[in-house]
Design a protein around this ligand. Structure first.
Ligand code: FRU
Length: 499
């Protein structure tokens, strides 16, 4: 019947059926994580976008709820964010029932007040802690003049230094982030544009901005700001991807610390992920004082509508905790799976293996099997030119996804060229390569392998690579290999879900 249960994610959210793109307005309240998403309940490709809704106690197990904010014949509901208006500053709730506010883009059709296709920012709110949502009476709350068809993706956060909320939006085709402020969440005034003379290409869209403050190297007195922007196409791994800028925010203007000279290669810029399948990253609201949590759409606009899964299409990345650390002399985002994911891993069966020295041209197959695995290990530079791991490998060893480190070049490669079904789109890129230093000759890899994805966190999350794969059923082996000399693999830990 054309269904593909072998690719149904076990550790990542996917809707039971139909199309999903961006995560929208995730938040934590009363110990429950809420996730909304761009959802077409009527089709397997993008369209009629509503906000779907799912909830989770632990960011690993998800329950799909009813659609939260439905599209209508006159309005599509595009991406945005949710905040918890704890003190009822909007007046839309009460002191005893503070409202949740969902800021989203409205795309208007057949509306006398707006030319067809106009995009503007609107508000829906919940008085029952996220269970049901209703539109604000005076939508839209923010429009651009003249009307824009590219003004979208409101991302709202509390800015304590200014005692106000800040909203970041984009005008996608102008490759600009626009910042606004408000004290009542209903009336917004313009602050500034962020439009650096950075990496730009004709036809590139800027989408889904996130502005977040982080202490550099854990130093609370050295707070920096990071502007995260999704760009499509022309990202580092082709098609859509997520870029970021480290800088300062003074309550009005975001200023990047430094930019490569205009016209530089994309590799000169900072990317949240060097794989092909991570887009529209957004931040969880109301998670308290811990590290910010992010979640993205694990897909690429280049081929999202051809992905061979059924009866659903689209899944989210693993949620991650974000930090800012000095890496090779510069501040850089560092990502690790969210703490509640790590709690889950600790409750699974974990196998550990003694150090393995794999000879040149040899491989070692781990005695563990499965289509869902959390794998950690380190590689120590020896005589080998290149060494790595093959995941979701077939028993005959002919197909699998190969993650390898080139000690001479200082490059990490994820090669999905022989990972299974790669022929569903000519744009499904096969090999992703990124620079990674090996301090002391050691590289650590953390791989989260699911039924149709591999997520890689290298050297404690300094480098992230996320890629979809579509292996055949029975691709359940894992091997280590070394080329051109031997390599020592250490601290090998493999967790597989408890049955
Ligand atoms: C990003 C995006 C957003 C928009 C949404 C529409 O993938 O294009 O800019 O709000 O998807 O579904």
């Amino acid at each position: 019947d054309g269904q593909t249960p072998q690719w149904r994610p076990a550790l990542h959210f996917s809707p039971a059926a139909h199309w999903m793109n961006d995560p929208n307005g995730p938040f934590l309240l009363d110990g429950t994580y809420h996730l909304f998403y761009q959802y077409n309940q009527a089709g397997m490709v993008w369209g009629h976008t509503s906000w779907g809704h799912a909830t989770s106690p632990d960011l690993v197990h998800w329950h799909e709820d009813a659609i939260a904010i439905p599209a209508t014949p006159n309005e599509d509901i595009f991406s945005g964010s949710v905040i918890y208006d704890r003190q009822n500053r909007s007046g839309l709730g009460s002191a005893s029932a503070p409202p949740l506010l969902a800021f989203h883009t409205s795309v208007f059709y057949n509306n006398p007040a707006h030319p067809d296709g106009t995009q503007a920012q609107s508000l829906s709110y919940s008085l029952d802690r996220g269970a049901s949502w209703r539109p604000y009476d005076h939508n839209p709350i923010l429009t651009l003049h003249p009307d824009s068809r590219q003004f979208r993706d409101p991302s709202v956060f509390w800015y304590p230094d200014g005692k106000c909320w800040i909203m970041a939006t984009v005008v996608g085709d102008a490759q600009v982030v626009k910042l606004y402020r408000s004290t009542d969440l209903l009336h917004w005034s313009f602050l500034s544009d962020f439009q650096p003379s950075g990496y730009r290409k004709p036809g590139m869209l800027w989408e889904m901005p996130v502005l977040v403050s982080l202490p550099l190297d854990g130093n609370a007195h050295d707070k920096r700001w990071v502007m995260i922007v999704s760009v499509n196409p022309w990202s580092i791994a082709g098609g859509s991807g997520v870029q970021y800028f480290v800088g300062r925010f003074d309550g009005v203007t975001f200023t990047p610390d430094s930019l490569p000279p205009a016209g530089s290669d994309p590799a000169a810029y900072d990317w949240l992920d060097h794989g092909a399948d991570h887009y529209a990253t957004t931040r969880f609201a109301n998670t308290g004082s811990g590290a910010p949590l992010l979640i993205g759409w694990m897909n690429n606009w280049d081929y999202a509508d051809a992905v061979p899964t059924a009866p659903w299409r689209g899944q989210m990345t693993l949620p991650v905790a974000l930090a800012l650390k000095t890496v090779e002399g510069r501040p850089a985002l560092v990502q690790a799976p969210a703490p509640s994911y790590e709690d889950w891993v600790r409750r699974q069966g974990v196998a550990t293996y003694r150090d393995r020295v794999v000879g040149g041209g040899q491989s070692w197959r781990a005695p563990v099997r499965g289509d869902v695995m959390d794998i950690r290990l380190t590689l120590r530079r020896g005589a080998a030119a290149r060494a790595g791991i093959v995941v979701r490998q077939t028993p005959d060893g002919r197909t699998g996804t190969v993650i390898s480190y080139d000690f001479a070049k200082g490059n990490l490669t994820l090669d999905r060229g022989h990972s299974g079904n790669v022929g569903f789109s000519p744009k499904f890129s096969l090999v992703h390569i990124a620079h990674l230093a090996a301090p002391g000759g050691v590289v650590s890899l953390h791989l989260v392998v699911d039924r149709s994805s591999v997520e890689l966190f290298a050297n404690g999350g300094v480098l992230r690579m996320t890629d979809l794969i579509f292996p055949s059923a029975g691709s359940d082996r894992v091997s280590l290999f070394s080329d051109g000399g031997s390599t020592r693999f250490s601290a090998i830990r493999v967790a597989t879900p408890a049955r």
